[in-house]
Ligand binder design. Structure first.
Ligand code: HEC
Length: 185
């Protein structure tokens, strides 16, 4: 079922006219590769905001901002949400401290202007699994740390397996009050 929804969503997305990117800030629609000028890649996770620097034919040159720890990039200093992983040799630009900018090209068909659209399938699963006993609280109602703690008992209550649990947790944390931060730069 999940896959069918994904295929339909991808199909609808491909039908859209993506020849032109208008907005300054777009969102990665699914896990995607960011390719640097030196040929090295970084994996960018779904939902992550990117800032468009240059609109090219089928791709766009974009920036992604985050906090670096080894090969991992997180949305905050506290490293609560992994937003990218770097291949060996991928060079980041330091902004200050361990705050970095990742620059590279990305396929435009993997980007969307509508940040909420990214999470439609997750949201559906969330409401399906988490409203059996009580009303759902919006993801923005809690911080990332709070969701991590809340999901410990709720994983059992909702009978989620590990994969479903991390799928939901990524949705909840990304949309938490301190989740994916905008590309303010
Ligand atoms: C089998 C019933 C059941 C299911 C399914 C369930 N919950 Fe709960 N939930 C509870 C109960 C009972 C409490 C209150 C007791 C507690 O805090 O442990 C609660 C409390 C909560 C709270 C805290 C509310 C507050 O303000 O303190 C949140 C948030 C929450 N659940 C989220 C979820 C999420 C997310 C899911 C889906 C993954 C979920 N719940 C699925 C029974 C359930």
């Amino acid at each position: 079922m999940k896959n069918v929804v994904k295929i339909i969503a991808t199909f609808v997305l491909l039908l859209g006219t993506f020849s032109q990117v208008n907005a300054d800030e777009l969102f990665v629609f699914q896990d995607a590769q960011l390719k640097a000028d030196n040929g090295k890649s970084a994996k960018i996770f779904l939902g992550v905001p990117v800032k468009v620097k240059k609109d090219m034919d089928t791709s766009a040159k974009v920036s992604v901002y985050g906090f670096l720890d080894g090969e991992n990039v997180y949305s905050t200093k506290n490293k609560e949400l992994l937003i990218a992983t770097l291949d060996k040799g991928f060079k980041t630009k330091t902004i200050k401290g361990n705050e970095v900018e990742l620059v590279g090209t990305i396929e435009k068909e993997l980007l969307t202007e509508n940040g909420a659209e990214v999470w439609e399938e997750h949201e559906e699963f969330f409401y399906e699994m988490c409203t059996q006993c009580h009303a759902a609280q919006a993801p923005s109602h809690h911080t990332m740390i709070e969701w991590e703690a809340l999901m410990l008992p709720m994983k059992g209550f909702a009978k989620l397996d590990d994969e479903e649990n991390s799928y939901l947790l990524r949705y909840l944390k990304s949309n938490a009050s301190n989740g994916l931060v905008k590309t303010k730069h």
